[in-house]
Design a protein around this ligand. Sequence first.
Ligand code: UDP
Ligand code: MG
Length: 313
Amino acid sequence: MTTLYLAVPCYNEQEVLPDTTKKLLAKMRSLIDCGKISPDSRIMYIDDGSKDSTWSIISELHEKYPLVAGLKLSRNRGHQNALYGGLMGAKRHADAVISIDADLQDDINAIDLMLEKFESGCDIVYGVRSKRDSDSLFKRATAEGFYKFLKFMGAEVVFNHADYRLMSKRAIDELEHFGEVNLFLRGIVPMLGFRTDSVEYERAERLAGKSKYPLKKMLSLAWEGVTSLSIKPIRFITVLGAAVFLVSIIMLIYSLISHFLGNTTLGWTSLIVSIWAIGGLQLLAIGIIGEYLGKIYLETKHRPRFIVDKFLK
Ligand code: UDP
Ligand code: MG
């Protein structure tokens, strides 16, 4: 029987924890009762260095309910790192781990279907939002723009999938081989391969408390996503440099013609040509250096070159 762990990162979530626990406990108990998951399954809260009473609530819940487990990080490291810590902590005990936010905006009834897909052989099951009715217009526009921006900048992500997903123990084991420190799980998990599927659900409002992802954090997540997955911004410089250099050749022809037609001031031709040519060459040179820098950057991540799915002996 599958041992399922729910990895729930929490940062200053004292308002939502009691309610969340009630709902998650009911879900876990019903899954255990109908024999879908083993009684060793757990709801694992990861306290991401909260400043309120989050950790003491988690400890109390753990005393009261054997199904609740807790992991406390030494300080606030951000959602992605907390999640990663949770996955690594949970995989030692679990066959499958589902990551879900503490505010239960993601429909926990999708867990059943995720489990079914896991049982039928999927290693990764993405939770994908079907609608965003509950989000404000601003949040919806910025969030959807976020996915489009990432795609444009060369980072492949699953559209409208946040970090609500099921991963098998084997997939998390492979994730551990990705040596990067700048974590953007949504971009790395698709690189793992394996059999994947997705489950649609409707996103609800936050149970209580405030969003811990204000615009500033969202922008920094987007930038982290781009710079940790793609070196396309560097390529823009190279292309720009080449373009400016091309313009300089056109300018050379244009100013030579003007020069010989005699309607220029002395010195203008050489000046204007040098400005364009030197500017273009400099940009191009920066771009080329950048290309190598990008290569070095990607190399230092020590990502695995391949991941074995099956081996027939
Ligand atoms: N979170 C975290 N560390 C942080 C910020 C957020 O662990 O530094 C957790 C938070 O407790 C929640 C999840 O990340 O479980 C998502 O945050 P939130 O619901 O505020 O984001 P939103 O849904 O508004 O994008
Ligand atoms: Mg939320």
